[in-house]
Design a protein around this ligand. Sequence first.
Ligand SMILES: NC(=O)c1ccc[n+]([C@@H]2O[C@H](COP(=O)([O-])OP(=O)(O)OC[C@H]3O[C@@H](n4cnc5c(N)ncnc54)[C@H](O)[C@@H]3O)[C@@H](O)[C@H]2O)c1
Length: 359
Amino acid sequence: MNIPLLLETENVSYIIGNDAIEKSPIKFRQYKRIIVITDENVEKHCLPIFKQKLPSLIIDGVITIISGEENKSIHQLIYIWNELTRLNVGRDDLIINLGGGVLTDIAGMAAATFKRGVQFINFPTTLLGMVDAAIGGKTGIDFARFKNQVGLFINPSCVIIDPIFLDTLEDLHWQSGFAEVVKYGLIMDRELWQKLEGKKYKDVEDWNSVIIKASKDKIDIVRFDALENGIRKNLNFGHTIGHALESFYLKSGNPVTHGMAIAAGMICESWLSSKIFTLECTRLESIVKMIDLNFNRFDFSESDISRIMQLMKQDKKVRKKKQNFSLLRKIGKAVHEVEVEDQLIIESLEFYINRKKCN
Ligand SMILES: NC(=O)c1ccc[n+]([C@@H]2O[C@H](COP(=O)([O-])OP(=O)(O)OC[C@H]3O[C@@H](n4cnc5c(N)ncnc54)[C@H](O)[C@@H]3O)[C@@H](O)[C@H]2O)c1
């Protein structure tokens, strides 16, 4: 029998696991009207499942945006605000954000800012959304071609994580979410790492329990540090270099998935961890092997490194002249606020492109 996990934190309820949708205790009737925000793929693949699982729910309006990172933009935010205005949405209504990380980021921002805030619930439909983006209250859009440049911290009242939606997810997006799952293993959950080590994401059995474990890891962190003043920064492992790579490929007109960029970032930042801390060579090699098993390497060259370094300077984690990283002391234990000299970061990118061995 499937019993979803119910977690209540100070201001958010989480229901996680198979059958979470139909077993959720949300009282939809307390809201005047229900508006769903989604994208065109999710509308096609997931909205019918959502309706089937909640047959008595009356949906008063569906706002459909265009999918894709390039559309996590001010234009689509304005489109959502316009639609919310057209539908005369008010603060006694409920917005349901149904989609992946792009959707929950932008629709969360729209809900939080429209009429100074309409309540919303996240129903993530991608693996990355389930274990990461829908949890923790970060919302926002890309701006001036920089990732997540404008946004706010605002929590949904509830996050319902039901793996049922994943059946139609494309391989590329499974793979992208898998990078974040691996990250939890590396930064805080040795048991999860051991469960996954040496596996391709397609060979993982029991995704339900992996999703419960990984999403709970994120909840455990954000409930203690909602605004990223301390331990939440550990989640940025792989992201300082990863975000720069994501921006690099976005600007070059060849966008890559968030997870692919983070996977590359984790290789570089594991190398930094081995140089700065005590992460052993054998551990570094097992991390690199695991990531290479699941992700192709990017093809940037040494001449691109200075551009990638410039993009890193835009990162919100930059302090003074050095870059600030979250690194691994060992597998399952991360530390944040580690300042790293530019030269070492350059060497980590060279380690990545030249497929060097640890020494
Ligand atoms: N807010 C946060 O804390 C946080 C954390 C990590 C990532 N993010 C953001 O998340 C975004 C990436 O999210 P993502 O990887 O979920 O990508 P995504 O939202 O772009 O979704 C990937 C693609 O899959 C489609 N899709 C979604 N669910 C589907 C399903 N069940 N079946 C078939 N197709 C489906 C979407 O339409 C889209 O084309 C990035 O913008 C990143 O910055 C936010």
